[in-house]
Design a protein. Structure first.
Length: 310
């Protein structure tokens, strides 16, 4: 039988099947943490193949790798693939652990997250509500995982302009996370970014700016200045400054956002297209028509190459 990894078998380096899968998944996680999602995908696919070969297609280890692969697909905007692996993982997890287990809540959370990323906010809302319901019952109302579920539900409500409930959920989430982990964590930064969006939409521009800048600072410290999540907050700040008619600041933030996103996600990623489109609007607004046309053409070229169904 051929070795699954290119190693010379010895008592020191022989691994159990679980250790082999964990080692491959760990490599994937390292790439994912750096925002290198395509590299993470390759390692998770290797981990999945090994897990299925060693444990069978319906093992909990397989469900875990499928869930992690789904997260990568969501970040790559490959939503149909994300749904497929999440749903397969959900079937396995519910059968083995039961429908009320916290890991089942994770999968409903993630399925809701795919719909949020795809812009299907109303479709994602019941999935996110189910994740909150299951997790609160399993872990109690003040657990950090419950906070993450509430924040995810808040984002789906915000996308439907249900701002009051969204803000309540964001603020509850912040209280729980800060109590358990402090303010300098990536999860807090994401919620601050989302809360800033609600403040901006409801006419509280100074508070929105303060929240966006704090979110950016935390993300840069925790994730590194070149992480794609930093790029998204840079884009949001650029949108804010354009709305506030601070055009020079908006221009600088758009350029920084594009640099980060293109480097981290590649020039053909849908998030790059969105940022290019936003930047083109700013250029038109400030009278740079030719530059705006060139940037808009780049955005359209990316969109035409994006055939992922939503």
């Amino acid at each position: 039988m051929k070795a699954l990894l290119r190693e010379t078998p010895s008592p020191q380096n022989q691994r159990s099947p679980e250790q082999t899968v964990h080692a491959l998944s760990h490599r994937a996680q390292v790439f994912f943490a750096k925002g290198l999602y395509r590299e993470a995908e390759a390692w998770y696919l290797r981990a999945l193949a090994v897990a299925e070969q060693l444990s069978g297609p319906d093992h909990l280890e397989v469900a875990t790798v499928l869930n992690n692969l789904g997260v990568v697909y969501k970040y790559l905007s490959r939503f149909a693939e994300a749904r497929r692996v999440y749903k397969r993982s959900l079937v396995i997890t519910e059968r083995i652990l039961g429908p009320g287990h916290s890991e089942v809540a994770t999968l409903y959370h993630n399925l809701g997250g795919v719909e949020h990323a795809a812009g299907n906010h109303a479709l994602g809302e019941p999935l996110a509500r189910k994740s909150v319901e299951i997790r609160e019952e399993a872990l109690g109302p003040n657990h950090p995982h419950v906070a993450a579920d509430m924040a995810a539900l808040g984002a789906l409500l915000e996308g439907q302009r249900k701002y009051d409930e969204a803000e309540q959920l964001y603020r509850r989430s912040l209280v729980i996370l800060e109590h358990g982990h402090g303010r300098q964590i990536a999860e807090v930064a994401v919620i601050l970014n989302n809360l800033a969006g609600v403040c901006l939409a409801t006419g509280r521009a100074p508070e929105a700016e303060k929240l966006y800048l704090e979110a950016l600072s935390i993300k840069e410290q925790v994730l590194g200045a070149s992480h794609p999540e930093v790029g998204m907050t840079l884009n949001n700040l650029a949108v804010f400054y354009k709305t506030d008619k601070q055009y020079e600041k908006a221009d600088a933030y758009y350029q920084r956002a594009l640099s980060v996103l293109e480097r981290g996600l590649g020039p053909k990623h849908p998030k790059v297209a969105v940022t290019l489109q936003n930047y083109a609007k700013l250029l038109r607004k400030t009278g740079r028509t030719e530059d705006a046309r060139a940037i808009a053409d780049r955005a359209n070229a990316v969109r035409k190459g994006d055939t992922e169904p939503s």
